[in-house]
Design a protein around this ligand. Structure first.
Ligand SMILES: C[S@@+](CC[C@H](N)C(=O)[O-])C[C@H]1O[C@@H](n2cnc3c(N)ncnc32)[C@H](O)[C@@H]1O
Length: 238
């Protein structure tokens, strides 16, 4: 995918952290999606819907854009302004209590949000898997801890993240957390490549949270953290 196509949407107002469009682009390039007509995609923890518009335009599929902190009304206005109101349905629900039909989604994408709500063993099987079609795909990109600092998140990241430091886990820890199921074919986790560029884009804005992150970037964020990629493939129907 061409990042330049989405430059106009990425701003201090729409970004909520390191450039989510770059994180998404890396996932799309690594695991190109195959679609069947009528497939639907869930963008879970979509924030202002920056990733939702990219997903809609890149795939042509119908997208459900779910978030907790940003209201459906606010995202609806933004999607209408962007000209994708008919393709993206905004929803405001807690990821732990989603109300979709079972086996609705061919693809679920979650950028920079899954770590807020899914850090408990069994979460994927209980809260996400029921909504995935057989043969579906889940792609996640989240900030995490570099593998060599496993188990030291609180000690190393608390000055930056306070009580949220425990949410940062290594690729290996995420693989264990996602776990297994008779509906899951494979789970892959890895350290992503787009760390420097995604952070540069964010720190280059004058968003007040970016200014806070800037103070911790060299001493904490850069040496100890990474972006964790997670790819989960569901089994085909028997
Ligand atoms: C750092 S923002 C990232 C937003 C967007 N994905 C992006 O990358 O620009 C984290 C998002 O996670 C969402 N989130 C946190 N907890 C959630 C929950 N329990 N259910 C749904 N979304 C949640 C928040 O609403 C917030 O928009």
């Amino acid at each position: 995918m061409n990042l330049g196509d989405y430059k106009a949407y990425v701003s201090a107002e729409t970004m909520m952290g390191p450039n989510s469009v770059r994180i998404l682009a890396e996932l799309f390039d690594k695991y190109p999606l195959q679609f069947v007509s009528g497939d639907m995609i869930l963008d879970l923890g979509c924030g202002t819907g920056l990733t939702s518009i990219v997903i809609a335009k890149e795939t042509g599929a119908k997208v459900f854009a779910n978030d907790l902190w940003i209201s459906a009304e606010e995202n609806e206005k933004r999607f209408a302004k962007w000209g994708v109101g008919g393709q993206i349905t905004p929803i405001c629900e807690d990821a732990s209590h989603l109300h979709f039909e079972k086996k609705l989604f061919r693809v679920l994408i979650s950028i920079d949000s899954y770590h807020y709500f899914a850090g408990k063993k069994g979460f994927f099987q209980e809260k996400i898997l029921p909504f995935m079609k057989d043969d579906g795909v889940v792609m996640i990109g989240i900030p995490g801890l570099k593998e060599k600092y496993i188990g030291r998140a609180e000690e190393l990241l608390s000055d930056w993240l306070g009580n949220d430091a425990h949410m940062f886990k290594s690729p290996k820890q995420w693989k264990e957390l996602i776990g297994a199921s008779d509906r899951i074919e494979s789970v892959k986790t890895w350290e992503m490549d787009c760390f420097d560029e995604a952070w540069d884009d964010w720190l280059g804005t004058n968003n007040k949270f970016a200014l806070g992150d800037k103070r911790h970037f060299e001493a904490i964020i850069k040496p100890y953290t990474c972006f964790v990629g997670i790819y989960i493939k569901m089994k085909k129907a028997l």
